[in-house]
Ligand binder design. Structure first.
Ligand code: PGA
Ligand code: ZN
Length: 423
């Protein structure tokens, strides 16, 4: 039974405030969780409560902390930690708004995650076993973001994330080594070309390359230099985050203004040149018709992932399924604000033939809950940045521990995680 709930303001990986919550149970169990924060946030995400004013440039979270202590704590104290659905419903009722704008999704999520971790601790189970039971056994393909652009870098690169996916690795452990070797190889390639090896928000390099093709070319060179085979061992993936450069005029992309149909044609051509297995947010967050046409045009060849489009919201995902507007869901716990709703979104996706990719935010902490969640929910894919920088690596390292713990019961998702390589 939940006995105490505490909260404080801590710093995230960008040096901005975020919420940390601590939960104590009556059996002496204690757990702690921290909340991530995005930069290229979707319009339809649950509301992240920020103080405003001068403190921390307006980004303080003291009101969210006060909400945890004054309203969320009394609503869950006395409830059994193992009843996650009851706990999350109590949090939703306490907030009372559809978008969690009164107390903040950052306040609700901190409590929701800390309660789950306390429940696991109290049951003497690792978090992924507690949340997933005997079904949680798939080690996800790490989608490692090794070249950062868009809102995560100061360059003119429009595409936000260029990822490598070590689909051919025999295990998660080997996939991580391959990704790290490509990462270091990319640094050497960039240096040789006289390009910057400074880093973006997710730990990837942030060179001022001319555009999408040059970025994919330097990454392809980096893969080749390691001896790994592009397309067989390592595939490529993008998060375009197209909402960021979309306006009423269209898509302001790489020097011209494009329509959704022209963006789709650009992606279709890219597919012919590079072994891409996944494109996230290829179009803007409310361009449902554009998404449906794009999915009809190239969705049989590649995974189309909705991030800003779905915001981990089961209702928006339902709309997307009905419209065939994508074929995969990006999963971010803080976009929706509770573990139960996250679980329901993943469940709906899987039942509808959509694939799922668990995801960090560009602003992260040392909390590793999403690594356990990816395995518990059999997502098959996780993106948590470059294989460098502790707030990113913390999640990959946790997956190493989980793989060891599962032993022969575990299975690395590999190429089967993606439609392009599935039978
Ligand atoms: P964000 O970026 O956390 O800044 O929103 C991640 C993403 O767009 O997937
Ligand atoms: Zn995204």
């Amino acid at each position: 039974v939940i006995e105490q709930v505490g909260a404080r303001e801590i710093l995230d990986s960008r040096g901005n405030p975020t919420v940390e919550v601590e939960v104590a149970l009556d059996d002496g169990t204690f757990a702690r969780a921290a909340v991530p924060s995005g930069a290229s946030t979707g319009e339809h995400e649950a509301v992240e409560l920020r103080d405003g004013g001068d403190r921390y440039g307006g980004k303080g979270v003291t009101q969210a902390v006060e909400g945890v202590l004054g309203e969320l704590a009394p609503s869950v104290i006395g409830l059994p930690a193992e009843e996650q659905r009851l706990v999350d419903q109590a949090l939703l009722d306490a907030d009372g708004t559809p978008d969690k704008s009164r107390l903040g999704a950052n306040a609700l999520l901190g409590v929701s995650l800390a309660v789950a971790k306390a429940g696991a601790e109290s049951s003497d189970l690792e978090l992924f076993r507690y949340l997933g039971g005997p079904n949680g056994h798939v080690l996800p393909v790490p989608m490692m973001n090794i070249l950062n652009g868009g809102a995560h870098a100061d360059t003119g690169v429009d595409v936000q994330e260029f990822m490598v996916a070590p689909i051919g690795a025999p295990s998660f452990k080997e996939s991580l080594r391959w990704g790290a070797e490509v990462y270091h190889s990319l640094k050497a390639v960039l240096k040789k070309k006289g390009l910057s090896t400074g880093l973006g928000d997710e730990g990837g390099f942030a060179p001022d390359v001319a555009g999408t093709r040059e970025a994919l070319d330097v990454i392809s060179d980096a893969v080749a230099a390691t001896g790994l085979v592009l397309g067989r061992d390592v595939a490529l993936a993008l998060d375009v985050a197209a909402t960021e450069f979309h306006s009423d005029a269209g898509y302001a992309f790489e020097g011209t203004t494009k329509t959704a149909a022209q963006m789709t044609e650009f992606y279709r051509e890219l597919l012919g040149s590079y072994p891409l297995v996944s494109i996230e947010d290829p179009l803007s967050e409310d361009d449902w018709d554009g998404w449906a046409e794009l999915t009809a045009a190239i969705g049989d060849k590649i995974q189309i992932v909705g991030d800003d489009l779905f915001v981990t919201n089961p209702a928006r995902l339902r709309t997307g399924i009905d419209k065939s507007a994508a074929n995969a869901l990006l999963v971010k716990v803080n976009q929706i604000g509770t573990l139960t709703e996250t679980n329901d979104a993943v469940d709906l996706a899987h039942r509808s033939g959509f694939r799922t990719m668990m995801s960090h935010r560009s602003g992260e902490t040392e909390d590793t809950t999403i690594a356990d969640l990816a395995v518990a929910l059999n997502c098959g894919q996780i993106k948590t940045g470059a294989p460098a920088r502790s707030e990113r690596v913390a999640k990959y390292n946790q997956l190493l521990r989980i793989e060891e713990s599962l032993g022969d019961a575990g299975r690395y998702a590999g190429a089967g995680a993606f439609p392009r390589f599935s039978p």
